[in-house]
Design a protein around this ligand. Structure first.
Ligand code: NDP
Length: 337
């Protein structure tokens, strides 16, 4: 069983060498009467939150990874052996699994059966998975959006951002996205239907850039990055604006956040700024699935994926998220279906 092993705790963004490949010769067996099942992993998801699990910090919403053991994360897998009446061999499932070829699933509740078979399986890690649901819950529940509002999204071409922008367009908002390369800016404007997009790396003054794209101000800022962009957005918010604090991927070290200097705008402009976790909204998952599948099938939503091949490429794929190497949702294909 080939595995990607977590080597040890870090307090910075991960690099490829923080993980290593290992062949584990211990045979995986499903214990009788355990309710467990064995899966073959087909696709693994690379997500920025995994950096948090590489820190030696136990106070977060997820426990740290265990050094010397395989990483875990969202995946799409096929059941190969089962002691659980709800999961039969050949069933396709998505949920938390190991970064390895085969995983023994001892907590069946962390996986869902895949019922919709006419959508690419890897989309269960993006469009129909945790990032898609984050965009849905964050935009509709946290941002209280209204037609015609001015919406700004950072890390806009990523797994979450590309959907936030498209949801906002479907609702009739004006949407601008920021991203870190001209290729991403081009995708935002020409494929993902954003009204405007800009490369934040080419802007020496983020406040001035936002003023250029939002001369009338921003009603909704969907923040995926934190740091300097959040500070610049605060200055450009309109009265009664909303900021959904989804993630802070720009911070190199989550334990030493950068200073935010413009928070007094919250008072002056009566802005609501709210952090959220998608997991608090899971009761909305069935309605999300219906909404996303219907819009995707009608061609009203597109999804950009960036796929790596082979478990060997997973460490670099994960590390690449923190330097913007991914163009769209990063997934790793372990085996061809
Ligand atoms: P992405 O697919 O957007 O990948 C990460 C992207 O972040 C990179 O491609 C890069 O894009 C950008 N980035 C990397 N480093 C920096 C930096 N120093 N400054 C600015 N941007 C940077 O990831 P996701 O869509 O999966 O996640 C987006 C955000 O949402 C993350 O912050 C994540 O933690 C958060 N999240 C929150 C959840 C919640 O429940 N609250 C759930 C899921 C995700 P670019 O080239 O454009 O810079």
């Amino acid at each position: 069983n080939k595995q990607v092993i977590f080597k040890g705790y870090i307090d910075r963004s991960p690099t490829e060498t923080d993980m290593e490949l290992r062949i584990n010769k211990v045979e995986l067996k499903v214990p009788k009467g355990s309710g467990a099942f064995l899966v073959k992993n087909l696709y693994l998801s690379c997500d920025p939150y995994m950096r948090g699990r590489m820190r030696d910090f136990h106070g977060s919403y997820l426990p740290p990874f265990v050094p010397g053991q395989a990483l875990e994360g969202f995946g799409v897998s096929k059941v190969v052996d089962s002691d659980n009446p709800n999961f039969k061999p050949d069933d396709l499932v998505s949920g938390i699994t190991g970064w390895e070829e085969y995983s023994l699933i001892q907590k069946p509740l962390q996986l869902r059966k895949i019922l919709q078979h006419d959508i690419p399986l890897s989309y269960y890690l993006g469009l129909l998975g945790m990032p898609g649901f984050t965009a849905y819950a964050g935009f509709y529940e946290v941002c209280s959006p209204k037609k015609g509002e001015y919406v700004f999204v950072s890390a806009a071409s990523g797994a979450v951002g590309q959907l936030v922008g498209q949801f906002a367009k479907l609702l009739g908002c004006y949407v601008v996205g920021s991203a870190g390369s001209s290729q991403k800016v081009d995708l935002l404007k020409n494929k993902l239907r954003f009204d405007e997009a800009f490369n934040y790396k080419e802007e020496s003054d983020l406040d001035a850039a936002l003023k250029r794209y939002f001369p009338q101000g921003i009603d909704i800022y969907f923040d995926n990055v934190g740091g300097d962009m959040l500070d610049a957005a605060l200055v450009n918010m309109r009265i009664h604006g909303r900021i959904a604090v989804c993630g802070m991927v720009s911070l190199d070290s989550l334990s030493k956040p950068k200073g935010i200097f413009n928070l007094s705008n919250l008072i002056m402009k009566r802005i609501r700024m709210q952090g959220f976790l998608q997991s608090d909204y899971l009761h909305l998952y069935p309605q999300f699935l219906e909404y996303i599948v219907s819009n995707y099938k009608q061609g009203k939503i597109v999804y950009i994926e960036d796929m790596n091949e082979g478990l060997e490429s997973a460490p670099a794929a994960l590390a690449g998220l923190f330097s913007g190497k991914n163009v769209g949702k990063k997934v790793v294909r372990i085996v061809h279906e």
